[in-house]
Design a protein around this ligand. Sequence first.
Ligand code: COA
Length: 222
Amino acid sequence: MFPELTRDDVFRLETRRLWLRWPRLADATAILRQAGEKSVAEMTASIPHPYPVEAVEPFIFGARKGNALGDHLVLAITPRARPNELIGMIGAHHKANGTPFIGYWLGLPHWGKGYATEAVQALTDTLFTLLDIKALEADARVINPASRRVLEKSGFRAEGSFLKALPARGGLFPCEQYRLDRSTWAALKSWGSSGWAHAPDLGEEAAEPGPAAPSSSEACPA
Ligand SMILES: CC(C)(COP(=O)(O)OP(=O)(O)OC[C@H]1O[C@@H](n2cnc3c(N)ncnc32)[C@H](O)[C@@H]1OP(=O)(O)O)[C@@H](O)C(=O)NCCC(=O)NCCS
């Protein structure tokens, strides 16, 4: 589903403050520490809690394999100035109805700084730009106002609640379904308002960690 461009280890997205890049084995400790927090895991469908040490490497290999095959696009969220330092993850996955859905999490120390919104908007721009899709979907537990707000700030519209199976949580839980149509996304981009981030740069070539970008503008995966 995902094009050649995204299937290479050197693919990355750059935003004003972030690099979104393929996860690496060296991220294992950071994933274990941050996704291992109950407050992070409990809002997701697939992050176990406690997070078994032996689960993290297979997760990274699975993420990289799926990226290489174009089955999904799972990226580490890192500060642009320190791209070796994973602070969260974001991903887009294929859904049976053909509409990709996105999920994300951030480590607790990094909450409340607008990073999730910045990452979601960058991935959203990329998916609508690279894929011939009509819409994107996401969902959030009804008890997760921060994630719902991230989606709303990114133009997603709530479509009602439903009971969703969250395997790592062990049951069905009330979630809010969200959708962003291409036409709404295009309108938001052309209006250039509402705090929507500028389109990310699509990085294709390998690069060493660089200096912090000038502050000009601006997958869980659950
Ligand atoms: C959800 C999550 C990714 C948000 O990350 P973040 O970087 O803090 O998000 P942002 O800073 O971009 O935006 C958060 C917004 O939610 C708001 N918010 C946070 N807590 C809130 C609360 N309890 N009630 C209402 N709004 C809240 C913030 O004020 C902010 O909105 P604003 O910019 O209008 O002020 C992060 O909390 C997280 O990883 N949680 C655990 C995992 C998770 O929930 N993943 C998503 C699964 S669907």
